[in-house]
Design a protein around this ligand. Structure first.
Ligand SMILES: C[S@@+](CC[C@H](N)C(=O)[O-])C[C@H]1O[C@@H](n2cnc3c(N)ncnc32)[C@H](O)[C@@H]1O
Length: 344
């Protein structure tokens, strides 16, 4: 149980509110409820309703507190945002869909979650509604699979050597948090003294265990679909891979396809969304002082131009190589293993 003294600081809250303008009413989907920082602020505007989601069951306690205060205007579901499509919100006036990616302060400080290399807890990393833990991934996947995870999700330059040493080490003893941290420290030649040697591998494992790329892509598609005309899709990212995916998706829906200058001029179909600011919004100096983890936060948003709920995007094709890496985890699914034991 995490102490109530450990408070999460909602990142870029003022900026989010000024973009989505809840004072004008409507329904807002808070896809990453966490400690309820965004939801509570939106609900402080009397005409606004909130539908909130979070994959972590621990969030429900906070959600129950808010529900007591705002019974008629607040709904919480313990669901992953990739399932936003199943919410049946067709008749709602959805004016905003918001994602504040990553994990909250309370999650990183919870030893049960084992998200941090400083934690004495298990090598776990499950944020909620998962199929396997980081311990299972490290101790069961093969060398090539581990190397790809560290390389593509952590941008870890020494991924190959680390993966090889993991395979050697686990033949001697099951790998837990401490063994993994020591192994990475011993393996890495090129140490960057600004960040801990294990940072990139731990980020990669967290993304893999929670299927964060697949979640984000399906979440963005579903979010863009449910919005009404003039609705805002806003995303706060915390690392370059997330930002790359969001930037690609936003550009993909907001820019006309370029046609060769040698072709006759034709009218371009109007795009479904528009980008107002090309550059992401980042925390103010004041916020950076008050909340150091906000330093890597980037906020991007797009505005829907029409009431159209289906569109084409090639985002799945463009990031297929990452989704395929996350699918290495399918063989670790408990149900999947039971299925095979039963039939074969
Ligand atoms: C940075 S916190 C959000 C904090 C929140 N904005 C606040 O002010 O309290 C991110 C939250 O998103 C949740 N989350 C991450 N991935 C998710 C997913 N795919 N579906 C639903 N919730 C997710 C995490 O469990 C975590 O509680």
């Amino acid at each position: 149980m995490v102490s109530d003294l450990l408070k999460h600081y909602p990142v870029l809250l003022k900026e989010i509110i000024s973009i989505i303008t809840p004072q004008h009413g409507g329904t807002f989907i808070d896809c990453t409820f966490g400690q309820g920082g965004y939801s509570k602020e939106i609900l402080s505007f009397k005409k606004a309703n909130v539908i909130a989601l979070d994959r972590d069951l621990e969030s429900k306690k906070k959600a129950d507190e808010i529900l007591n205060q705002f019974k008629d205007r607040f709904i919480f579901r313990n669901k992953k945002f990739s399932q936003l499509d199943n919410l049946k919100v067709k008749n709602e006036n959805i004016r905003g869909v918001i994602f504040d990616l990553g994990y909250s302060y309370t999650q990183i400080k919870d030893p049960k979650k084992g998200l941090s290399f400083n934690s004495l807890g298990q090598l776990n990393m499950q944020m909620g509604l998962n199929d396997f833990s980081a311990k299972e991934a490290i101790n069961k996947l093969n060398e090539i699979e581990l190397e790809k995870i560290f390389k593509f999700f952590g941008d870890e330059k020494e991924a190959k050597k680390i993966a090889r040493n993991i395979i050697k080490q686990r033949n001697i003893k099951t790998i837990d948090t401490k063994i993994l941290v020591d192994l990475i420290e011993k393996t890495k030649r090129n140490k960057n003294y600004k960040i801990h040697s294990a940072t990139k591998v731990f980020q990669a494992l967290r993304i893999f265990v929670n299927k964060e790329v697949t979640e984000l892509i399906y979440g963005l598609i579903a979010g863009a679909k449910v919005l009404k005309k003039d609705g805002i899709l806003a995303v706060v990212t915390f690392h370059s891979l997330e930002d790359k995916i969001v930037k690609y998706f936003f550009k993909n829906l907001s820019e006309s396809k370029s046609i060769s200058r040698y072709m006759p001029e034709v009218d371009q179909p109007e795009t479904l969304f528009k980008i107002v600011k090309k550059k992401p919004i980042t925390p103010s100096i004041r916020e950076l002082k008050e909340n150091i983890p906000s330093r890597s936060a980037k906020l991007r948003y797009i505005i829907k131009k029409k009431n159209l709920y289906n569109f084409e995007t090639d985002i799945l094709k463009n990031f297929k190589y990452l989704i395929e890496i996350e699918n290495f985890g399918n063989k670790l699914w408990k149900n999947f293993l039971l299925f095979f034991q039963f039939y074969f």
